[in-house]
Design a protein around this ligand. Structure first.
Ligand code: BGC
Length: 317
């Protein structure tokens, strides 16, 4: 009798373990996916600097060593301070003085309520980015109203500001993600690029092939072509799937760098509940693109402040 009971418990335990393994979201994930081979990256980079950007350097920067840099940065850098003499200008703008950069990138970070995380992110990103010899500026777009967080609309607002500022390349970036490999160049490729394909939180596996959230590099022209992102996703999730659907509708092929280069560390925090609009727009219609996005963006700009490490745009949606 006792033996039979033990057996039952054992079988139940095995079944539960099997269910946990197979029903885990990462089971559909891929540790390999189609990516641009390293040698081909230089030809696929979108070379352009910001409209009003000038550099007094004579030599052009060379990106070979950056792309083939095999170091991994420790994410513990978030707890430190910036090195002295970092030469970051007010508003969070930087360009190398020793060579003329080929790329200007606006890094746009949607934000609310995570001051400590933002501090660590800014320190880390400036340390990371200044190794890449690019011209860049960090824009943090903060939602100050109390409605559910609208990541995509904040990204549209930041993108519109960066485009007005003449930036040809946008990197849309979550504040909880830290790129680990300096070889992951923060410049645009000719194809819209999903940069954060290998995140520790997903055990460095891509959860699904069409995932297009986290960190994305897209040219300003492509962003305008797809009319940016939808303004209608309040709450967590779905807005990045909608964004991907726009890319597909406009027949822009998404690309990635290899998994090793695409490694990110996600700073842990609780996931908020799912957004109410999540399922609604996943089936995309072409005509919807022109009715919802950059062209229909409405918000109140509360203030824009130039801080030493970033441009802070505060908005009421
Ligand atoms: C959501 C996306 C999210 C992804 C990864 C999907 O179910 O729709 O918004 O980025 O999961 O967490």
């Amino acid at each position: 009798m006792r033996h039979a009971y033990k057996k039952k418990v054992l079988y139940c335990g095995i079944i539960i373990i099997i269910l946990i393994i197979f029903l885990h979201p990462d089971m559909n994930g891929r540790s390999s996916y189609e990516y641009i081979e390293k040698d081909l990256i230089p030809d696929l980079l979108y070379e352009e600097t910001a409209a009003n950007f000038t550099s007094s350097a004579i030599l052009e920067c060379d990106y070979h060593d950056v792309l083939f840099d095999d170091t991994t940065l420790p994410f513990s850098l978030v707890d430190g301070d910036l090195i002295e003499g970092h030469r970051i200008r007010e508003g969070g703008e930087y360009s190398p003085s020793e060579c003329k950069p080929k790329y200007s990138t606006a890094i746009i970070v949607p934000y609310r309520d995570r001051a400590e995380e933002l501090r660590g992110f800014l320190v880390y990103m400036h340390m990371f980015l200044r190794r890449q010899s690019i011209h860049y500026r960090i824009f943090v777009v903060e939602q100050v109203d109390s409605r559910p967080f609208n990541r995509a609309k904040l990204l549209n607002i930041g993108a519109a500001a960066a485009i007005r500022g003449g930036y040809p390349c946008l990197v849309l970036h979550d504040v909880d993600l830290l790129p680990l490999r300096p070889a992951n160049l923060y410049a645009c490729t000719k194809c819209p690029r999903h940069m954060s394909a290998s995140i520790n939180k997903f055990r460095f596996v891509l959860p699904y092939l069409k995932l297009f959230g986290g960190a994305i590099a897209i040219t300003s022209n492509q962003y305008k072509t797809i009319n940016g992102m939808s303004n209608e996703y309040f709450g967590w999730g779905g807005e990045d799937d909608d964004f991907y659907a726009r890319i597909e509708v406009e027949e822009l092929k998404m690309c990635r760098f290899e998994p090793e280069t695409s490694k990110y560390h996600m700073v842990g925090h609780k996931m908020p509940g799912n957004g109410d609009k999540r399922k609604k727009f996943l089936k995309y219609e072409k005509n919807k693109i022109s009715n919802d996005g950059l062209s229909t963006l409405k918000f109140i700009e509360v203030a824009t402040v130039l801080h030493p490490l970033f441009t802070h745009i505060m908005v009421d949606l």
